[in-house]
Write a protein that binds this ligand. Structure first.
Ligand code: F6R
Length: 263
């Protein structure tokens, strides 16, 4: 795993956006795996801005979102479809038929989750997967004890997630207790993973993910098994890492090799 110690959250977002735009330039029909939550907001803003400046077109891009709450209507303010519309899709030229979310309503979920997996394969696989990380190490909604081989499926939300969500729902509304998420196996199948972690409250999670043992009890640690993961952390989120000098040195030597065209 490559660790990038960013100056601050804005610097992290800038770096991630630059990587995505570079990949898009090389492959206009890029397949993106997308995350929601507070973490990717700065990246999405930069992608919208690049599009507005005429520097990037998403007309051929296909997207697959990581997760969605079960039975939360698409137009609900808390649905991940609303989030993506607001933060990214409305501001770029992506075609609606190229946007994909895991099935999060109706019947036959096992079959439709398998179809979601097939749709990813049919698109040629995910080129770049964006990730945030939960304090308990979840990636997507793969909560602790998720199988490291899991694929898109229905997951039960943890107590903490339920508590966090309760405030977003009005009286009479039932906050979601289940979600549909890509599995850890799905995420590990992406060609490249860009993970961002910001703020003190993510520090222990970053430490466990990077320097802890691989364990289904800490799902993000499974990323150690992937050959192309870059984790962008701000100083607070990186504050519990023990080998920061090495990560810095690694990064600058790698960049030197890249600049010399040797990597
Ligand atoms: C979002 C997702 C989650 C978040 C994680 C961090 O689609 O799958 O795993 O990435 O909960 O959330 P934030 O970014 O709000 O701290």
């Amino acid at each position: 795993m490559e660790i990038v110690l960013a100056r601050d959250p804005e610097d992290a977002a800038e770096r991630v956006a630059r990587v995505i735009l570079a990949r898009l330039e090389r492959k206009p029909d890029l397949v993106l795996g997308l995350a929601t939550g507070s973490t990717p907001v700065g990246v999405y803003r930069r992608l919208r801005e690049a599009h507005a400046r005429g520097e990037a077109s998403f007309a051929r891009v296909r997207t697959f979102n990581l997760d969605e709450y079960l039975d939360v209507p698409a137009d609900h303010p808390q649905s991940y479809r609303t989030f993506m519309r607001t933060h990214l899709f409305e501001g770029i030229d992506i075609r609606p038929e190229n946007i994909h979310f895991p099935p999060a309503d109706g019947a036959d979920l096992v079959r439709r989750c398998a179809e979601y997996e097939r749709a990813i394969v049919d698109a040629g696989g995910i080129d770049v997967q964006l990730l945030g990380i939960g304090r308990n190490g979840h990636i997507g909604f793969n909560e602790p004890t998720s199988s490291l081989a899991s694929r898109t499926r229905v997951k039960t939300l943890t107590e903490r997630t339920l508590e966090d969500n309760a405030r977003f729902y009005g009286p009479g509304e039932r906050p979601p207790v289940l979600a549909v998420t890509m599995g850890i196996g799905t995420i590990l199948s992406a060609r490249e993973v860009l993970l961002q972690a910001m703020g003190q409250k993510k520090a222990q999670a970053v430490r466990n993910m990077v320097e802890g043992p691989v364990s289904s009890f800490f799902p993000a640690s499974a990323l150690q098994l992937h050959e192309r993961v870059t984790a962008y952390v701000d100083p607070e989120a990186g504050s519990l890492l023990t080998m920061t000098a090495y990560y810095r040195r690694t990064r600058s030597l790698q960049e030197e090799l890249r600049r010399a065209g040797r990597l």
